[in-house]
Design a protein around this ligand. Structure first.
Ligand code: TYM
Length: 331
């Protein structure tokens, strides 16, 4: 089993990234190790420049996201953790795969529509973003891609691109499948439960950041919007606010949704919200501490990433060479 996933270097990472991203990376790292496979996790800094970002912010958030990857439990002995721009194969693969990706497919991507809407400047890079992502995955012949639900459409396009290349140029890529968490595949903004929890859009008060202090986290949950009625039941259509909080508690505590519903049968919203906040504070505290320790030594962090980049480059090169060869480049 080969695992690949990527996470953008931008903004502050959120509880949503933990749920769909970090915790799944650690779980799949363990599965891959148990299976004698390999796992690759990448800070995708090339993806970060698809929307405006200050150079200083890009530099800082690349190291910050890398530190979070290690803080949550990725282990250099078992996984390859690296920064995308340090492995040039990613940029090359994206260009080559652009030839088997259609304008119509890219134009239909929901994330492109959302991120370009109302913007004065929409970069060509934002449009091509899913092609770069397909290359990330396909270069490593990954079978499994742990992601949240918001990346489902991009993953499906990666599969289409792989199949099309294989058909046109001969079997070259493993066609990957997405791995989505059972609960918390789409954590929503606490103030606007119809929206994904994300730092780029939506009410900031409804976004739990991994760096938030315990008091800020408690306050955000205390003021989370709930729904009409009084029952604490999981019904995303009728009760999006409460259902989101139930999923967050399931993610933070490891309890099932049914157990949570049963436990809170006779409780009101106020107590429930307070408990969810407390569970998140407890969940994050040890990781925040580990993150701070890692950030105290950026030189060591850089060294770890350099090791990862070398391993990743070695793993990606044979596939890139095959792509050039199959497409007919005289090299
Ligand atoms: P990114 O950096 O936006 O998010 C990283 C991971 O976090 C998940 N996620 C969420 N999961 C649940 N609820 C949420 N509210 C939430 N918000 C974010 C995302 O689904 C993702 O798994 N395009 C990707 C990065 C990427 C990539 C790849 C991923 C580039 N190349 C190759 C996998 C494979 C992105 O922008 O994720």
């Amino acid at each position: 089993m080969r695992v690949f996933s990527g996470i953008r270097a931008s903004g502050d990472k959120t509880l949503g990234n933990y749920s769909g991203g970090f915790r799944q990376y650690v779980a799949t790292q363990d599965e891959a190790a148990a299976d004698g496979g390999e796992a690759f996790f990448c800070v995708v800094d090339l993806h970060s420049i698809t929307t405006p970002i200050e150079p200083a912010v890009l530099r800082e958030s690349t190291l910050s996201v890398a530190a979070w990857l290690f803080a949550f439990g990725l282990d250099q002995q078992r996984s390859t953790v690296f920064v995308q721009s340090q492995v040039v194969a990613h940029a090359e693969a994206a260009w080559l795969l652009g030839a088997v990706s259609s304008f119509g497919e890219l134009r239909r991507m929901t994330q492109f529509k959302e991120k370009s809407e109302g913007q004065e400047f929409v970069s060509a890079a934002l449009f091509n973003y899913p092609v770069l992502m397909a290359g990330d995955i396909l270069l490593y012949q990954a079978d499994v891609v742990p992601i949240g639900d918001d990346q489902r459409q991009h993953l499906e396009l990666s599969r289409t691109i792989a199949e099309r290349f294989n058909l046109r140029y001969g079997e070259t890529f493993v066609v990957p499948r997405g791995a989505y968490p059972r609960e918390g595949a789409r954590i929503r903004n606490l103030q606007e439960p119809d929206r994904l929890m994300s730092t780029s859009r939506g009410a900031p008060q409804g976004v739990v950041r991994l760096v938030d202090s315990p008091d800020i986290i408690r306050r955000k949950f205390k003021t989370a919007v709930t729904d009409s009625g009084r029952e604490i039941v999981h019904d995303p259509e009728a009760k999006p606010g409460i259902s989101n909080l139930i999923e967050i508690l399931a993610v933070a505590s490891g309890e099932s949704i049914a157990d949570i519903e049963a436990r809170y049968e006779d409780h009101g919203y106020g107590q429930f919200k307070q408990d969810v906040g407390e569970a998140v504070v407890e969940l994050l505290a040890p990781y925040q501490q580990r993150y701070a320790e890692l950030r105290a030594d950026d030189a060591e962090l850089r060294r770890m990433l350099a090791v990862g980049a070398q391993k990743a480059a070695t793993a990606a090169q044979p596939t890139l060479d095959r792509m050039y060869e199959r497409m007919g480049f005289a090299r």
